[in-house]
Design a protein around this ligand. Structure first.
Ligand SMILES: [Zn+2]
Length: 247
């Protein structure tokens, strides 16, 4: 989708704008034509809803580099000029990809627990939280060590023999690069991978609680047992998962 003609508006559109319905409608169409493929399209009507304002703000930040975007498009302003410029589409797409990469850069094992949970596929994340609650109720101190991790980190683990695959369910992402992992490594923060985790029954309890949620537990695998690892999909779905990730 791209824009094919310049639009004009009579009055301002957006935050604190006049928002005449016809003006709002043409702005929304133009925003839809310019926005990155991964963004949700605005519903075309004459209402300037919060999504419209957020999208204008995103455009002003990403394409115009405004540090303090006002979320408003004026008939003779810079934002409308940029919105009518066909080159804005590529710029918005590139900068939004870059923003996603920056947001998820760095050592994902050091992220706070909330960010690790956010890096999981949403339905899987709910089940992981259920496992963590159940283990906590049983007196353990569970935490996620790895949720999502990058393919580059995966390659390192593969080379060191700590993972058997070059692409794992930990690497799953949306096509725009947003993490969407189907695997998490859960440890007890007192013991991590020390022998005590086993003697205190942590791994067995993790396996039990994971399976109650319909998850796969790496401790059930033959040969290479990955006791901290739980995943929301079967191993047979790995190729599909890789394709869905655009990798
Ligand atoms: Zn794992």
């Amino acid at each position: 989708m791209a824009i094919n003609q310049s639009i004009f508006i009579e009055k301002s559109v957006g935050k604190n704008g006049i928002n005449q319905p016809l003006d709002v409608e043409v702005i929304k169409k133009q925003l839809n034509g310019q926005m990155p493929l991964s963004n949700d399209r605005l519903v075309i009507n004459g209402t300037c809803d919060p999504n419209t304002v957020d999208t204008i703000i995103d455009f002003q930040k990403s394409v115009l580099g405004f540090r303090q975007p006002d979320g408003r498009i004026d008939p003779d302003g810079k934002t409308l000029l940029a919105l009518n410029d066909p080159a804005s589409q590529a710029k918005w797409a590139n900068n939004s990809n870059q923003a996603i990469q920056n947001q998820w850069a760095g050592d994902s094992s050091k992220w706070p627990q909330t960010k690790k949970l956010q890096s999981l596929n949403p339905a899987f994340s709910v089940k992981v939280q259920n496992v963590i609650s159940a283990l906590t109720q049983r007196g353990f101190q569970p935490k996620i060590f790895f949720g999502w991790r990058s393919v580059a980190v995966q390659q390192e683990l593969f080379k060191k023999g700590r993972s058997k695959v070059r692409f794992s369910f930990h690497n799953a992402q949306k096509p725009d690069g947003t993490p969407n992992a189907y695997a998490a490594d859960i440890i007890d923060k007192r013991w991590a991978w020390n022998k005590a985790a086993e003697t205190n029954g942590f791994w067995a309890a993790l396996g039990e609680e994971a399976k109650k949620q319909g998850l796969v537990w790496g401790g059930d695998w033959t040969g290479f047992k990955d006791v901290a690892h739980i995943q929301g999909r079967q191993n047979s779905e790995l190729t599909k998962t890789k394709q869905e990730s655009g990798l």
